[in-house]
Structures are given as C-alpha cells and as structure tokens.
Design a protein around this ligand. Structure first.
Ligand SMILES: Nc1ncnc2c1ncn2[C@@H]1O[C@H](COP(=O)(O)OP(=O)(O)O)[C@@H](O)[C@H]1O
Ligand SMILES: [Mg+2]
Length: 267
C-alpha cells in the first residue's frame, strides 16, 4: 500500500465515501412487519442518525446494509449496487461498531486492531504498526495496546471497537448504539469522536441510537423509525420542538407518575 509517504497513514483521498439507498425496504419476521416500505438515501460523507424506540427495527435496518438480513421486499443499494450481494460489499471497506463490541478476548488490543490488516495482507508489520498506533492515538488508547479486552472498561472497549474499524480506512461506518451503557462523560467523548471522524476522513456514518444528545449534536440528518415506518426525516433543528406527539413523547418524555404507561410496564 502506498501510504508510507504520508504522515497520516489513512489517506482520505483514496477512500471515497459511499452512499446508501433504501428503496421500498420491507422486512417481516413471520407475520411481524418490522419495516414497511422504507425509502431514504444516506448521502456520501454525511452523519445520518436513525432513532426510534427499542424494538422499532433499527438494528434490523442496519443489518440489511451488511447482508446480515435480506429484504422481504424492496432493496438496499450501496453506491447503486445491491447490498445483499457479497460482491457489492467485498470491494468496499465497511466498519461495524455493533452493540456487543465483539472484540476477540484472547487477543491484545493491538492484535485485535491488526487482525484485519494481517488477514487481508494489506501491509507489512511496520505499516500495520503505524496504522494501529495511529488509530489508538486518535481514540486516546495508546496505553492499552498490550492489554486484553477483559482488562478494559466498557467505554474503552467501545473506543477499541471504533479504533478497530478505523484501521481498515472505512468508507462507511455503521454504529449500533455507540453510547449505550456509557456514563455521560464517556458518551460525550464518543459523540466527539464520531463527529471528528467525519471531519478527518470523508467517511459516511450511519448511527443508530436513542441518545438524543448524540443525535442532536452530530447528525446532519435524523430519521425517526416508529410503527415500522420513517415518521420524520430532517436536520436536528427540525426536532427541537416536535409537533408530532409521538415524536415529542419519544424525544422529550415527561415524567408523569399518573401517566397510563406506568400501568402497562413491559420490561
Ligand atoms: N432474527 C429475528 N427473528 C425474529 N424477529 C426478529 C429478529 N431480529 C429482530 N426481530 C424483531 O424485530 C423487531 C426489531 O428488532 P431490532 O431491530 O433489534 O430493534 P431495535 O430498534 O431495538 O434495534 C423486534 O421486535 C425484534 O424482536
Ligand atoms: Mg438494536
């Protein structure tokens, strides 16, 4: 890889961001219609945030982009090509920061990050070292290189998961609940990192979350998925004072101990 002449081992000019289109995507599990006729386009280089209540289908929608779910109807296109086809994804670099983190516990942080580069034989060990240490530095994780995942806090594991997706120089980054289970300070840090990655690399980011602060602070656009459909799509400013009572209740819930919802607690 011809990266050695640049100080930054991630060469943004060589990694054009990708666009993702959902065209009439529907997904059923048996008789359960999770997604109905979803049509939207995520533009190259934007931070697109998908919000919605638990169980509304956010993760299912994300999984269609990487072929982990197949549409019941409609399709998902990455740069105009069908995301369901392995050949569409095989020549793209798509980073996944999924809920569970999915680090290999038997490998050090360094080796977790080096794994993709070694498997794909993308560079020699000194090139790998440069990329891994650069990614760790961006996420303030230099001193964790020799540690194992079990020695890290939840927030550190999330950052390692992000760092790991960075070493492949992603054109598309998919985050599933990147700030869940984190304290407010760490959530703010992760929020800043996601925003700074957009500025530093021309990466397209799709962020699934129900973290309102995260969404309002970094999104170029926010979509709200509810009742199997996108019921709102627009920049953060369109959600500061929502008129739709479903959106107002979701984003700005009032604590009312007499509210009927307390009589139907589900979880
Ligand atoms: N593989 C599956 N088989 C059956 N039902 C599923 C499957 N995956 C998700 N679901 C259901 O689809 C709905 C949406 O799930 P999910 O996308 O995980 O929600 P969330 O918005 O919380 O990420 C839930 O009711 C869930 O139980
Ligand atoms: Mg989910």
């Amino acid at each position: 890889m011809p990266h050695s002449h640049t100080r930054n081992p991630f060469t943004a000019e060589e990694t054009p961001a990708v666009g993702v289109s959902f065209e009439g995507l529907s997904k059923n599990f048996g008789s359960h219609a999770v997604l109905r006729d979803i049509t939207l386009k995520v533009e190259p280089g934007e931070i697109f945030v998908l919000m919605g209540p638990s169980g509304s289908g956010k993760s299912v929608l994300l999984k269609h982009i990487v072929g982990l779910e197949a549409p019941s109807a409609g399709r998902v296109l990455i740069n105009g090509r069908d995301a369901a086809l392995e050949e569409t994804r095989s020549h793209l670099r798509i980073g996944l920061v999924f809920q569970a983190g999915a680090l290999f516990n038997s490998l050090t942080v360094y080796d977790n990050l080096a794994l993709y580069l070694r498997e794909h034989q993308l560079c020699d060990e000194s090139g790998i070292r440069e990329k891994v240490m650069h990614a760790l530095k961006i996420l303030s994780l230099e001193n964790t290189a020799r540690k194992f995942p079990s020695e890290l806090s939840g927030g550190m594991k999330k950052r390692v998961a992000i760092a790991r997706s960075l070493v492949m120089e992603p054109q598309l980054l998919l985050y599933d609940e990147p700030t869940s289970e984190l304290d407010p300070v760490m959530s703010a840090t992760i929020t800043e990192i996601i925003a700074s990655l957009k500025n530093e690399y021309h990466v397209t980011s799709i962020v699934v979350t129900h973290d309102r602060d995260l969404a309002l602070n970094i999104a170029d656009r926010i979509a709200i998925l509810m009742d199997s459909r996108i019921i709102h799509l627009g920049p953060p400013d369109t959600l500061r004072h929502p008129q739709d009572p479903r959106i107002a209740d979701f984003l700005y819930p009032k604590i009312d101990l007499n509210h009927p919802r307390f009589k139907h607690l589900e979880t």
